[in-house]
Write a new protein. Structure first.
Length: 124
């Protein structure tokens, strides 16, 4: 698994790590049943604190992307209620679309962007 952290970003490192793992799942670079590196291994590889990796893994567990197993470590296990996921996505998109409207971005342009992003994930 390739992880790239921007240490100059305003976004917290654990959030960057969480997002990269989700992108990895979405692009099929990481699949159901795959083991993630151990907390220590990934922290050493990236050069960050183990607590930061642990926090990212804990959030991924809470969100239903991984399960934590004492013997296997963090394992990709997608367990998301689709209706709940749609509701959460709707709330996230509400603000993004409000920003788009304020910047005169049309509905057509938003749909084109969404289609483009879906194509990127499908290509992997």
């Amino acid at each position: 698994m390739y992880v790239e952290i921007d240490f100059n970003s305003d976004e917290a490192i654990y959030i960057q790590l969480r997002n990269q793992i989700i992108y990895g799942i979405a692009t099929s670079q990481i699949q159901e049943g795959d083991n993630l590196p151990s907390v220590r291994e990934l922290a050493d590889h990236i050069g960050i604190n183990m607590h930061t990796v642990n926090k990212a893994y804990t959030i991924l567990k809470q969100e239903g992307y991984v399960k934590l197993d004492r013997r296997k470590g963090a394992v990709i296990a997608i367990d998301i209620n689709k209706l709940q996921a749609l509701e959460e996505m709707k709330e996230s998109l509400r603000f993004i679309l409000a920003e788009a409207i304020c910047k005169n971005i049309s509905c057509k342009e938003v749909h084109e962007i969404i289609d483009q992003i879906f194509e990127e994930f499908e290509r992997g």
